[in-house]
Design a protein around this ligand. Structure first.
Ligand code: HEC
Length: 150
């Protein structure tokens, strides 16, 4: 599957996402208990690939020799924040499968269904969101037309 296919799919997703709220209360970055749980989940299950500081893999914009994509950062410098919470949740739970990637898309992003509970996945997202800057949160609020980050 050419990468352009995935890029195009993400673009479609980004457009349809703008119709709905971006933030889900289950991934509330202001909920300290949730963020604390999420930090533990992140350290144990996400940091190995996405970086202890959410910095992603080195040269994450370059395709690997095997044709797959490296793990992108989850901080402001990546594109995770371009997506609505429910999209991030679906990717973390099911991996990069339709509707958020083309059928047959090959990726190193694992599906966490069966390994983490829904609550743990939402908590990991709350933790990731707690690290986004005020600027990113206000851009999201404009993108999604809701009260993100307020
Ligand atoms: C084994 C390595 C690995 C682990 C562990 C991992 N990821 Fe990923 N993740 C990836 C890779 C690689 C990608 C990019 C895949 C692609 O584009 O084909 C990715 C992509 C993502 C995306 C899409 C990001 C975007 O900006 O579009 C999300 C969301 C995500 N991961 C969340 C998580 C969460 C949450 C965890 C921990 C619960 C986690 N990942 C653990 C490798 C990993």
């Amino acid at each position: 599957m050419p990468l352009t296919g995935f890029a195009a799919a993400l673009l479609l997703v980004a457009c349809s996402e703008s119709q709905t709220a971006g933030d889900d209360p289950r991934a509330d970055p202001r909920d300290a208990a949730k963020v604390a749980l999420g930090a533990r989940v992140y350290a144990e299950h996400c940091a190995a690939c996405h970086g202890a500081k959410l910095e992603g893999q080195p040269n994450w914009k370059e395709t690997l020799p095997n044709g797959r994509r490296p793990a992108p950062p989850h901080d402001d410098s990546g594109h995770t924040w371009h997506h609505a919470d429910r999209v991030l949740f679906a990717i973390a739970k099911n991996g990069l499968v339709p509707p958020y990637a083309p059928a047959g898309y090959e990726s190193d992003m694992p599906a966490f269904a069966g390994k983490l509970s829904d609550e743990e996945i939402w908590a990991a997202l709350a933790y990731i969101k707690s690290r986004w800057s005020r600027d990113v949160m206000s851009i999201r609020a404009e993108m999604f037309g809701n009260a993100a980050g307020k």
